[in-house]
Ligand binder design. Structure first.
Ligand SMILES: Nc1ncnc2c1ncn2[C@@H]1O[C@H](COP(=O)(O)OP(=O)(O)OP(=O)(O)O)[C@@H](O)[C@H]1O
Ligand SMILES: [Mg+2]
Length: 261
């Protein structure tokens, strides 16, 4: 099982879209994917169109100590793809962010044991440094950052990287956590603005080795698919977005790459 957290300190920079785009692409390839929705607003859960039974969400992992096998028990298969299942999020986990819980950071990692998934993707809230993101980083092999091509997005990556560096320095729980790269979302490919170019140049200067390509183009279909709780790849207009995710999945999980395309 390989586990990746998608993170940024900034809101609205495509964390959820990237998590689900990668999940859908891997699922299409026959990879068994688990999504963990760690955002109290649970946008990933809603978008994946699953019906969550009362109380059966990720809070049942984060708030209790006896969690062996819990992810497998709580996971729901999305109508998007039979290979993709999600441990649902819930507003209830917002209160856990500030509560002190001894060894609590280990629960999420522990809960993954025995889950029949090849890849686990964790969608995180933008608040860095708290219990939720620490749980995610403890459970992960790698972290990928997302950003929109603007100054706020770039700063969001910087702060998330700072948090990861602190985590690696201070937490004995997962010293081998690696940075998988930076994914640029909502790229205005039809008319590239000066702001977008400037933001990418600034990213290249500070973290050029981490920048992944291709950038994910901005398309209206992504929003409409979200509203309809479906995957954009099911639509002709979504093909260019799905193609960007295909190439990103090749870069992030080369061993799942399809040959002969
Ligand atoms: N490639 C794209 N084309 C068009 N719109 C996009 C694209 N990617 C993301 N969006 C839109 O941008 C908004 C933010 O995206 P998303 O929810 O994935 O970001 P986020 O970082 O998870 O946000 P939050 O911090 O609120 O969890 C959403 O309305 C989404 O539909
Ligand atoms: Mg989100």
């Amino acid at each position: 099982m390989q586990t990746l957290t998608v993170a940024s300190e900034k809101g609205g920079v495509g964390k959820t879209t990237v998590t689900l785009g990668l999940a859908a692409e891997l699922g299409r390839r026959g990879v068994r994917v688990g999504v963990i929705d760690l955002d109290p607003r649970s946008t990933a859960t809603t978008w994946l169109g699953v019906d969550v039974p009362e109380g059966e969400h990720v809070g049942a992992i984060l708030g209790v100590d006896d969690v062996d096998g819990a992810a497998a028990d709580l996971a729901l298969v999305t109508p998007w793809n039979a290979n993709v299942s999600v441990v649902p999020g819930s507003r209830d986990i917002a209160t856990l962010e500030t509560a002190h819980q001894e060894y609590g950071d280990l629960r999420l990692k522990r809960s993954l044991t025995g889950w029949d998934r090849d890849v686990v993707l964790i969608d995180s809230p933008n608040r860095q440094g708290g219990f939720l993101i620490r749980s995610a980083l403890t459970a992960s092999d790698r972290v990928a950052y997302t950003t929109t091509p603007d100054e706020d997005g770039r700063a969001g990556v910087e702060w998330a990287r700072y948090n990861v560096a602190r985590f690696r320095q201070l937490s004995p729980l997962n010293p081998n956590l690696a940075e998988a790269g930076i994914i640029v979302t909502r790229w205005p490919d039809t008319v590239v603005t000066r702001d977008a170019r400037t933001a990418i140049e600034a990213l290249r200067e500070t973290a050029g080795d981490l920048l992944l390509t291709p950038f994910i183009p901005e398309r209206v279909i992504v929003r409409s698919a979200r509203a309809g709780e479906v995957w954009w790849g099911d639509f002709d207009r979504g093909a260019v977005v799905a193609d960007a995710f295909t190439q990103l999945a090749d870069a992030l999980w080369p061993d799942t790459k399809e040959t002969g395309r």
